[in-house]
Design a protein around this ligand. Structure first.
Ligand code: PLP
Length: 352
């Protein structure tokens, strides 16, 4: 049972018939052409994404991975403002390309060439620390809708709103990295929508293609695109569009965003009742379960003894749950039963 979703990628379930059909049909016509021709499917994708997310006035730039989306978002904000300083947050993860990894708060994955960028890391949810930094020379503040690799840490609504206000006052752009927390996973299309703010740039990937490599940068209308500013060979090819359109169709038809709320609330309530659990964090189907002990062996038991695959986090006591948004009540119960059984030996060793 997949409670990791291939790192939050599997949004509509593996081999969904509509997804398979759309990709097969496209493959029989033409699989790829570059952006030197107009690809009608890009317009359909952009229109459907705008409608479902509530961002139909934003432009869409299509690329291939989360890191690439963030790299382009940061580059665009520097083009737009003419500035080069970036604010990011402690424990952030934005990808492994040059600027994206520089804005990732993990020196172990930064090579020397990645350390030349001008990045300031601030503590998440510390409004005081944020206000101490002047933004007049900052091109972008980049923040995850919910921090994933960090073990599901959520920025408060108040924190996001105060960043939005200060960006407005100073001309810095606000980039919301919704690569992991987007596409309905949290019970809203984007996690930041709980705070009722509108970022200047939003990045998406993972759940967008349900496994087909596709990513996007949503760009507010006030940022004027200039020809040649951003570019890509593979981004927005026919097959990628077919996969991404199929995902949006299924999310809408099967009301998967509502299902993420209902199943997520249920799972979190039930897990909170279990012994050995220190804290349950998250929204919808983006859940972090922090144990009183290192959870690595527990995760191994879950997969090898109970056939349930879960995720880890940078904090090793945390189990990350990122199941497909299609899960049913019976599947949630199956998980809960397996989790409770797998926990037993650890509770005995804790109480001895
Ligand atoms: N941003 C966030 C929040 C992520 O969780 C990830 C991947 O885990 C990325 C960016 C990078 O995405 P990709 O691995 O597709 O480059």
């Amino acid at each position: 049972m997949d409670f990791y979703g291939g790192h939050a990628v599997i949004s509509i379930g593996h081999t969904h018939p509509h997804y398979v059909k759309k990709i097969e049909e496209q493959l029989e016509k033409i699989a790829f052409y570059s952006n030197s021709v107009k690809i009608r499917q890009q317009e359909e994708l952009s229109q459907k994404l705008g409608e479902l997310s509530g961002y139909n006035d934003y432009h869409l730039f299509l690329c291939n991975s989360g890191a690439e989306a963030n790299e382009n978002a940061l580059k665009l904000s520097s083009f737009h403002t003419g500035r080069k300083k970036i604010i990011a947050f402690e424990k952030s993860f934005h990808g492994r390309t040059s600027l994206a990894v520089a804005a990732t708060n993990d020196t172990s994955i930064q090579a020397a060439v990645n350390t030349t960028h001008d990045i300031i890391f601030l503590p998440l949810n510390d409004i005081g620390a944020f206000h101490e930094i002047p933004l007049h020379d900052v091109c972008a503040v980049i923040i995850e809708g919910i921090q994933g690799v960090a073990g599901i840490q959520t920025p408060t609504d108040e924190f996001l709103r105060s960043i939005r206000r200060k960006c407005d006052e100073t001309g810095a752009l606000l980039i919301l990295d919704e690569v992991q927390s987007g596409y309905g996973r949290t019970g809203m299309f984007f996690a930041h929508q709980f705070a009722n703010i509108r970022p200047d740039i939003i990045t998406v990937a993972k759940g967008m293609g349900n496994g087909f490599p596709v990513a996007g940068v949503l760009i507010a209308p006030h940022i004027k695109a200039k020809h040649g500013m951003l570019g890509t060979t593979f981004g927005g090819g026919y097959l990628a569009c077919a996969a991404a359109i199929a995902v949006l169709d299924v999310i809408k038809e099967e009301r998967l965003i509502g299902n993420a709320t209902n199943m997520g609330d249920y799972l979190m309530e039930e897990i909170k009742k279990m012994d050995g659990v220190k804290e349950v964090r998250g929204k919808g189907l983006m859940i972090g379960v922090e144990m009183h002990f290192n959870a690595s062996a527990l995760r191994n038991d879950l997969v090898f003894k109970h056939q349930i695959f879960t995720g880890s986090a940078s904090n090793k006591n945390t189990v990350r749950l990122l199941p497909p948004l299609t899960i049913t009540l019976a599947e949630a119960d199956h998980f809960l039963k397996g989790f409770a059984l797998a926990l037993q030996p650890y509770l005995q060793s804790v109480s001895q």
